[in-house]
Design a protein around this ligand. Structure first.
Ligand SMILES: C[S@@+](CC[C@H](N)C(=O)[O-])C[C@H]1O[C@@H](n2cnc3c(N)ncnc32)[C@H](O)[C@@H]1O
Length: 306
């Protein structure tokens, strides 16, 4: 299983893996906020993600499809965050089991439900070490001017009164990367743990190699790593190769084993391979698994990245 992409459900596949074999888990898990089948973990037959409420389908509203539960959640909508947490809990203990003591685990989780992921992994026995901010160079922004709504209604007084005010969010220019650590071996210090298992410390050279000068000088937990033009086209949520290399080299040394249970197009695994680490990727979607394999065999030349 070392240096391969396995097609399957990682929740099941991981049960067959040995204890304490991996030096790190680095994974961009489903955020539970999208419409893709692999990103939906709630059992909401009512109307939430991707659906329409009765009011919407009867017309008259601006939004035909609900991207996220808005004001006045239904009972089913309200359960979605907890259902996401329960899904995280369904694999968190296996992640802990397969990691070496003191090993790190980086999880990309969306801003909306990251807290649910933290609770699930903490309950499973991980230490929540930090929330790193990955600062992107671009992010789509949709925040409607409320004055425009009043203008459309013909209410010029309120349009003036609310000039400069918007609804919805600020530009989401950072994504959280949750940093967990498996507790180091009892009876010793972290320094002993590093010598015995080769994990538990972090490498400042990773910042020097992949991040902006400001992050490096300050050992900042804001990682400014931009997308390159090669970081697109293989997966809808493809992450920058440089960012994954930064994370791989931050917590592992050469020959370490890096595991990604939600491998997508294999960006984590490719970063590990390029840095002379071993990798194991698990991906439930056979098309993505095949793309990942091709990337790792260097058969997707034009999209390889650096
Ligand atoms: C956010 S994407 C990862 C994309 C990746 N960062 C990349 O650069 O290509 C998460 C992936 O997890 C996969 N997935 C969802 N549930 C899974 C499961 N139970 N086992 C394995 N893979 C799963 C999805 O098919 C999806 O490709």
């Amino acid at each position: 299983m070392i240096d391969s992409i396995i097609t399957g459900d990682s929740i099941e596949v991981l049960k067959t893996f040995p204890n304490e074999f991996a030096h790190a888990i680095i994974s961009d898990i489903p955020y539970g906020i999208g419409y893709d089948e692999w990103d939906v973990f709630h059992d909401n037959t009512n109307s939430a993600l991707g659906g329409t409420s009765l009011a919407q389908s009867n017309g008259g509203t601006l939004f035909k499809r609900r991207g996220k539960p808005l004001n006045g959640w239904s009972t089913a909508d309200k359960k979605i965050p907890l259902e996401y947490q329960e899904w995280c809990a369904s694999w968190a203990s296996e992640w802990l089991r397969v990691l070496k003591p003191g090993a790190s685990c980086f999880v990309f989780a969306g801003r909306r439900y990251a807290h649910r992921c933290i609770v699930a992994l903490e309950d499973a026995g991980f230490t929540f070490k930090d929330m790193i901010a990955w600062k992107k160079n671009t992010a789509p922004h949709r925040a409607q001017r409320i004055s425009e709504i009043y203008k459309r209604r013909g209410d010029i007084v309120q349009a003036d009164n609310w000039e400069g005010w918007r609804v919805a969010n600020l530009r989401p220019i950072f994504e959280p990367i949750l940093w967990f650590q498996k507790p180091y071996k009892t009876g010793g210090t972290i320094a002993d743990n590093v010598l015995e298992f080769d994990v538990g410390a972090w490498n400042e050279n990773a910042l020097k190699t992949y991040c902006e000068p400001f992050d490096v000088v300050n050992h900042s937990n804001i990682l400014s790593v931009p997308y390159n033009k090669c970081d697109h086209g293989l997966h809808i949520t493809q992450k920058p190769l440089s960012l994954m290399k930064c994370l791989v080299s931050l917590v592992t040394r050469e020959n370490a084993i890096v595991l990604d249970p939600f491998a997508g197009s294999g960006t984590t695994c490719l970063a590990a391979k390029k840095l002379n680490r071993h990798y194991v990727g698990i991906e439930i979607n056979s098309n993505y698994a095949e793309i990942a394999r091709k990337r790792l065999e260097y058969k997707v030349f034009t999209l390889l990245g650096d």
